[in-house]
Design a protein around this ligand. Structure first.
Ligand code: PDD
Length: 283
């Protein structure tokens, strides 16, 4: 297994030495928020957008974040430097902390701040040239229990279970529909498609995560003058798509080869967007 390093409340430890209380509400109830980030050649990728989302998620849970962005970024950089490889995977977790039994956030001790770091190994290049297969999940994405799907909490079973099911069946990811049969997102990625040169994606009111990669893709599309339609789209709409791709921090823009009966190929529109995306994210 790859070596994992942990920074707990500012202190770096090897993973085996890091501990968390069994009474931590993050462990007991999933009462925590997190971000998956990366550091590329010594530079945090899109750190501001990630920290904005972390604060948004924490606010929705009423979880205090009593640290400046500058301090959090310095810690992320310190851990990335410790790992000393060009690409570092970073996971920032904030848990409610230790508290009494039953739901009593008022009496919880201070929140715990964790950063996990390990070497970031990108998906193999052949997945990008060939495209990946998505399973249409039997799990439907319901109206979120915390107002909006864009809250990234440690309570992730709604996504973990469909992902296990997809992996068991040999799929890269599971595409989740909502109860009305509209496309929402994958278990750990947002979805986009091109149809006659126009770019389509579900909008945030569908209860999807406001992906950092999604935000950068929308910006990149604007910069190269691609028309974008965000909305509520039935699964059948994907039948008209020419090119489909999914987006996330660990994938950037990853082309899709199939969704159920529908077949696609990576194409020139996606390629053009990928080039602009890299410039937008780093610049
Ligand atoms: N997942 N949608 C969901 C449900 C996600 O969990 C993620 C990210 C995304 C893409 O978001 P971003 O572009 O900010 O990575 C969309 C992370 C990578 C994870 O938990 O593994």
């Amino acid at each position: 297994m790859r070596q994992i390093w942990i920074m707990k409340n500012g202190l770096i430890l090897p993973c085996e030495k890091a501990t968390i209380s069994v009474m931590d509400y993050g462990f007991l109830y999933g009462d925590s928020v997190y971000e998956v980030m990366k550091s590329v050649e010594g530079k945090l990728f899109a750190a501001e957008l990630h920290l904005q989302r972390l604060r948004y998620s924490a606010e929705k849970l009423g979880l205090p974040v009593p640290w400046e962005d500058g301090k959090i970024k310095a810690e992320l950089n310190e851990l990335a430097n410790q790992i000393a490889v060009p690409w570092v995977y970073l996971r920032l977790v904030l848990t409610r902390g230790t508290g009494p039994f039953f739901f009593d956030p008022e009496h919880c001790e201070a929140p715990v701040r964790l950063v996990y770091g390990t070497e970031f190994i990108p998906f193999p290049p052949e997945l990008y040239s060939r495209g990946v297969d998505l399973m249409i999940s039997e799990f439907r994405k319901g109206p979120s229990r915390h107002d909006s799907g864009s809250v990234k909490t440690g309570n992730y079973m709604d996504h973990v279970l469909p992902r296990y099911r997809a992996q068991e069946k040999g799929f890269h990811e599971a595409l989740m529909l909502n109860h009305a049969g509209a496309v929402t997102e994958c278990t750990s990625a947002n979805i986009f498609w091109f149809s006659r040169g126009e770019l389509f994606t579900p909008d945030l009111s569908m209860g999807i995560l406001n992906g950092v990669t999604r935000q950068l893709v929308l910006l990149a599309a604007e910069r190269v003058g691609i028309r974008v339609q965000e909305g509520s789209f039935a699964l059948e709409k994907l039948g008209d798509a020419d090119e489909v791709f999914i987006t996330s921090t660990t994938r950037d823009i990853l082309p899709v080869r199939s969704i159920g009966e529908f077949r696609f190929r990576p194409g020139l529109d996606t390629e053009r967007l990928m080039k602009q995306f890299l410039e937008t994210g780093l610049g």
